[in-house]
Design a protein around this ligand. Structure first.
Ligand code: NAD
Ligand code: UDP
Length: 343
């Protein structure tokens, strides 16, 4: 009964996945920046299935054409290679602004570019929203809370960010992106929505993503030891990507102008998370000989993270439908297929 399934592309398999036929008043022109990335491509899928016209814009830094290949040539779909650091003009009704590397490995590889994407990318997309009167949704992050002193984190918490540390290019980039959004709202009446996204995983995470979910799954599938940075006692609350996509679409189409946390209450220590992945790999493969190995902790790594998601429940009627372990099992199957295809 879940409408949210991952579409897998079979080369040469036409026709396209079945899209809804909308009347012209309901049918929107939607721009998704970062649409060829992990979250963006699932959002593009859902918007396409809903029957909208979708423009997917990406510079393919961490995303790939393969993530949206199943839509190429569809009359409702357009793919544009573009970097949001440069302005662009397209006539649209809604903009989901996701373009930004999200994994610490990628966003720290070129911190100045990450900051330029955070500031100029958001500035350009807000300028576009102002000009064409499109509603704008920013994919912000739980990372704006930094290493939080409040637990769980409410939207009213101002955060605890080291502005000169290695994560600052991302954290401060997203913080200034939020500031830009609300400044455009106050000054020019741009219609803005801000989603503070907590750790999300699922199929189509980049192979070399470097975040904990893809690292652990790949290590477990290859019988390698799982690399734990620090003592394994830090926590994260994980959500499956289809729940996030539900939340983003509900927020975009709601009247809620305040920032909204989108994340689950399913908080794991990294140790327990690693053990869960090993158990799932055992179920999938019959065996898994991986162990946990402990490496030096990362600088400024947030120690605890869990959203207070009551605002999303009250204002959007949003609640996660997926259990994290079920979502992990799906993701593990996805990576297993990828591994087999690469052999
Ligand atoms: P991702 O790296 O898979 O996707 C980002 C996409 O943006 C990629 O396709 C990349 O090529 C594109 N991109 C990067 N810089 C660009 C630029 N300058 N111009 C055009 N395109 C550019 O990451 P993701 O996990 O899908 O994250 C998507 C968004 O959600 C990001 O804004 C991220 O900050 C936010 N977010 C994600 C998570 C998560 O756990 N996945 C958590 C919090 C926030
Ligand atoms: N982590 C880990 N091993 C890995 C990758 C990540 O122990 O191979 C830890 C990391 O130190 C952090 C948590 O897992 O405490 C989540 O890291 P991730 O990079 O996935 O996301 P973020 O830190 O941005 O929440």
């Amino acid at each position: 009964d879940r409408e949210n399934v991952t579409i897998s592309y079979q080369p040469g398999a036409l026709p396209y996945p079945p899209v809804k036929l909308l009347n012209p008043i309901e049918k929107k022109r939607v721009l998704v920046t970062g649409g060829a990335g992990f979250v963006g491509s699932h959002l593009v899928d859902r918007l396409m299935l809903m029957g909208h016209n979708v423009i997917c814009l990406d510079n393919f830094f961490t995303g790939s054409k393969a993530n949206v290949a199943h839509w190429i040539g569809h009359p409702n779909f357009e793919l544009i290679r573009h970097d949001v650091v440069d302005p662009i003009l397209v006539e649209v009704d809604q903009i989901y602004h996701l373009a930004c590397p999200a994994s610490p490995v990628h966003y720290q590889s070129n911190p100045v570019k990450t900051l330029k994407t955070g500031f100029f990318g958001t500035y350009n997309m807000l300028g576009l929203s102002k000009r064409v009167k499109a509603r704008f949704l920013l994919a912000s992050t739980s990372e704006i809370y930094g290493d939080p002193e409040e637990h769980p984190q409410k939207e009213s918490y101002w955060g605890h960010v080291n502005c000169v540390g290695p994560r600052a290019c991302y954290d401060e980039g997203k913080r200034v992106a939020e500031t830009l959004a609300y400044s455009y709202h106050r000054q020019d009446n741009v219609d803005v929505r801000v989603a503070r996204i907590f750790n999300t995983f699922g199929p189509r995470m980049n192979w070399n993503d470097g975040r904990v979910v893809s690292n652990f799954i790949l290590q477990a599938l290859k019988d390698e030891d799982l690399t734990i940075y620090g003592d394994g006692k830090s926590t994260r609350s994980f959500q499956y990507v289809h729940d996030l996509v539900d939340g983003l679409i509900l927020l975009m189409n709601s009247d809620c102008k305040e920032p909204v946390n989108i994340g689950t209450q399913q908080e794991f220590t990294i140790d327990d998370f690693a053990k869960t992945v090993i158990d799932l790999a055992k179920k999938e493969n019959g065996e898994c000989s991986s162990k946990l190995i402990y490496l030096p902790a990362l600088e400024d790594d947030p120690q605890r993270r869990k959203p207070d998601n009551s605002r999303a429940k009250e204002q959007l009627n949003w609640e996660p439908k997926w259990n994290v372990v079920d979502g992990l099992a799906e993701t593990l199957k996805y990576f297993k297929t990828q591994l087999e295809e690469r052999v």
